[in-house]
Design a protein around this ligand. Structure first.
Ligand code: CDT
Length: 306
């Protein structure tokens, strides 16, 4: 059997600090239209796709960054994306900063079906970086100041003719991310990222950013028998160079399509969701081979105990 889902990884190049939704949404619409022309049913945009990566700047008063957050989805500014989805029959996933009515701040991704209806939202689980100003860094990574850790966990939705899950950037480095969704039968995981090449706490990792990016997503795909779509906001944004290399990864762990540039670029692959069963029903037949009674530390313990 084949169950084809043509998917587009809509990589973005930089968004400057002073650029607004009015500057960015037309770029997203261009990629959505390109996706439609390429036969895509689903187009995946990166993490925080509507603004510059604002956690690189410290503010005493967090409210000073409120203009980077969305209070409504859709809003007047993002509604054209939902309208285009309906008109083109192309769904999308879009990462953005969310400020809720009761004042919570999340790093959120919304999944929208081909009819323009919201399937669900995912709020980032693993929030990297730091809370306070660290002037010794070349640039800040203040996600822990500007976003809360979501208490909601990982979801898998019946959508696009399959089982679709979402993770966000740093989530992709943690094996629990994929397994939580693997245990819900996920067939395609959508992952947007903003990954600076330079990692100030340990610059020896800088040369490995591309390797680690693919290593974790390819392993997560293979070990859970799922497609993974990794989508970057890459290039040099406000002086910070970020990894591009968006890719679409098969349940075998193989990369089947990859970005060639570090700018706006649509990477397309025809994903046969039935290929997942090759792995889910054999070497990773969870029901037959997993030993959850041997894994109790995974949920009972946070740090290593030596
Ligand atoms: N956005 C995001 O999560 N970025 C991190 C950067 C490294 S941690 C400071 C990542 O894991 O790619």
């Amino acid at each position: 059997m084949t169950r084809m889902l043509t998917v587009g990884a809509a990589q973005l190049g930089p968004i400057a600090r002073d650029e607004t939704r009015a500057d960015v949404v037309p770029r997203l619409l261009t990629l959505l239209h390109e996706g439609a022309a390429a036969g895509c049913e689903l187009v995946v945009f990166p993490e925080l796709a509507l603004t510059t990566f604002f956690p690189r700047w410290y503010t005493d008063d967090i409210a000073g960054h409120d203009h980077f957050y969305e209070t409504d989805m859709p809003s007047d500014e993002t509604r054209p994306l939902f309208d285009a989805a309906r008109q083109l029959g192309v769904g999308f996933a879009l990462g953005y900063a969310e400020l809720t009515a009761d004042g919570h701040r999340y790093n959120t991704t919304v999944l929208v079906e081909r009819d323009g209806a919201i399937v669900g939202t995912y709020r980032k689980t693993h929030i990297p970086g730091h809370e306070d100003n660290e002037p010794w860094r070349d640039f800040q990574h203040l996600e822990r100041r500007y976003f809360e850790e979501s208490p909601e966990g990982f979801h898998v939705w019946a959508a696009f003719g399959g089982r679709i899950g979402i993770a966000t950037c740093n989530d992709r480095r943690w094996p629990e991310t994929y397994r939580e969704m693997g245990l819900q039968g996920v067939e395609m995981i959508l992952i947007g990222y903003n990954t600076p090449i330079h990692y100030p706490p340990d610059p020896s990792q800088d040369r490995l950013q591309g390797f680690h990016n693919h290593l974790v997503m390819q392993a997560g795909a293979y070990q859970n028998g799922t497609w993974v779509v990794g989508v970057a906001k890459g290039g040099t944004e406000e002086g910070v160079v970020s990894l591009a290399e968006s890719s679409i990864i098969a349940p075998s762990g193989e990369i089947v399509a990859q970005a060639a540039t570090d700018g706006d670029e649509l990477v397309v692959a025809e994903a046969d969701l039935d290929r997942c069963a090759h792995y889910k029903d054999t070497v990773f037949d969870f029901d037959r081979y997993r030993r959850p009674e041997m894994y109790s530390r995974i949920t009972s313990q946070k740090g290593a105990v030596t």
